[in-house]
Design a binder for this molecule. Structure first.
Ligand SMILES: Nc1ncnc2c1ncn2[C@@H]1O[C@H](COP(=O)(O)OP(=O)(O)OP(=O)(O)O)[C@@H](O)[C@H]1O
Length: 344
């Protein structure tokens, strides 16, 4: 339904380059990238707020590149929600319908339906500034969906919310989508949103769309080391492969498939297990390692290790740190499955 073809936009220091992708009807498409990757610029080009230097945008086969925002049939929710501060929640949601001169009874029915699904029926008489961030986001989504847009454009919809509210809204959005059946193009830097909501994901780095695919596929098979690093493959190891074995700085690592010559592999820190005893089970890659340092990450702790001449990072829980008595200088066993080793 949405087709973006070779969109480019140059600012002095930032270049959005040849962005090409499409969104299918009913899909939740995520553009995932770090801060400054150009996600907002891309969304604003699609919304019609910024004109691209080159490239085209099609909606249901029609070229909308030159159309003003209001003629595109898209609803754009910016990061700050942009609710009308002087209007009640009801009037905010009803706004687009009133502009389109929809009969009053129909407006009331539509606002009622949307506010019930979104859980904001009790807020209809309130002004936006009296609402919490999560409530404002629900109102912004209701207002956008009221006019039944072809496509909903969401810019970091949950970025300004606390962790609990964000988790709840991610879950609820799945239900809203089922009940209301919209198509969404959603930009975010959050892996949680990408994994929780995305049907497909496009990874954006430095103004380029570097990989597009099903969420699971992109997270398990990044196309390049750059994408892998962004997606959390912290351990990148270079070595010489022969058959299923990679020799790297004193370690012999079993690979998931045969390879040959100089290659690089990536392993996620959450796929590395630490133990006091040599690990049995199906983990063929088991090595003795020394703890180099610990870093607090909130719920988890990053353990920096050295095995042979290879540096590794592993994520463990705080209770594992205590149980294993992890501290700099301590020797432990590290283990990871061959299937956790990703060959680039
Ligand atoms: N009008 C402008 N003039 C010059 N540079 C701009 C303009 N608008 C955006 N940029 C630059 O484009 C780059 C991408 O910005 P953008 O807001 O799209 O990033 P983002 O991926 O959405 O990041 P964030 O999540 O932090 O908003 C930034 O370096 C920004 O400074």
């Amino acid at each position: 339904m949405l087709e973006v073809r070779e969109i480019s936009k140059d600012y002095r220091e930032f270049h959005l380059r040849d962005i090409t992708f499409s969104v299918k009807r009913g899909e939740h498409f995520i553009i995932l990238g770090p801060s400054g990757a150009g996600k907002t610029v891309l969304l604003e080009v699609i919304a019609g707020i910024i004109a691209p230097d080159s490239g085209k945008i099609f909606l249901n086969g029609e070229d909308i590149t030159g159309l003003p925002p209001e003629k595109r049939g898209l609803a754009y929710i910016p990061q700050n929600y942009a609710l009308f501060p002087n209007m009640s929640v009801f009037d905010n949601i009803a706004f687009g319908l009133k502009v389109r001169k929809v009969p009053k009874a129909e407006i009331e029915w539509k606002v009622k339906e949307l506010s019930e699904v979104l859980g904001i029926s009790h807020l209809l008489g309130r002004k936006p500034k009296t609402l919490s961030g999560g409530e404002q986001q629900r109102v912004a989504i209701a207002r956008a969906l009221a006019v039944e847009p072809e496509l909903l454009l969401l810019d970091e919809p949950f970025a300004n919310l606390d962790v609990q509210t964000r988790g709840r809204l991610i879950n609820e959005m799945k239900r809203w989508k089922k009940e209301l059946g919209f198509t969404a193009l959603h930009v975010t830097h959050s892996f949680e949103e990408a994994v929780g909501l995305g049907d497909r994901v496009g990874v954006m780095l430095n103004g380029r769309l570097v990989q597009v695919g099903a969420v699971r596929e992109v997270f398990s098979r990044p196309v390049s080391e750059e994408v892998a690093r962004f997606l959390g493959f912290e351990n990148i190891i270079e070595g010489l492969a022969e058959g299923r074995i990679l020799r790297a700085n004193g370690l012999m690592i079993e690979l998931p498939a045969e390879a040959s010559g100089k290659i690089r592999v990536g392993i996620r820190p959450e796929d590395i297990v630490l133990s006091d005893e040599p690990l049995r089970s199906s983990m063929r890659n088991t090595f003795r390692a020394e703890v180099v340092g610990l870093e607090e990450l909130g719920l988890l702790v990053r353990v920096r290790l050295k095995a042979g001449g290879v540096e590794l990072s592993a994520f463990v829980t705080r209770s594992s740190v205590l149980e294993l008595g992890l501290d700099a200088g301590k020797n432990v066993w590290v283990g990871f499955k061959a299937s956790a080793v990703h060959v680039f």
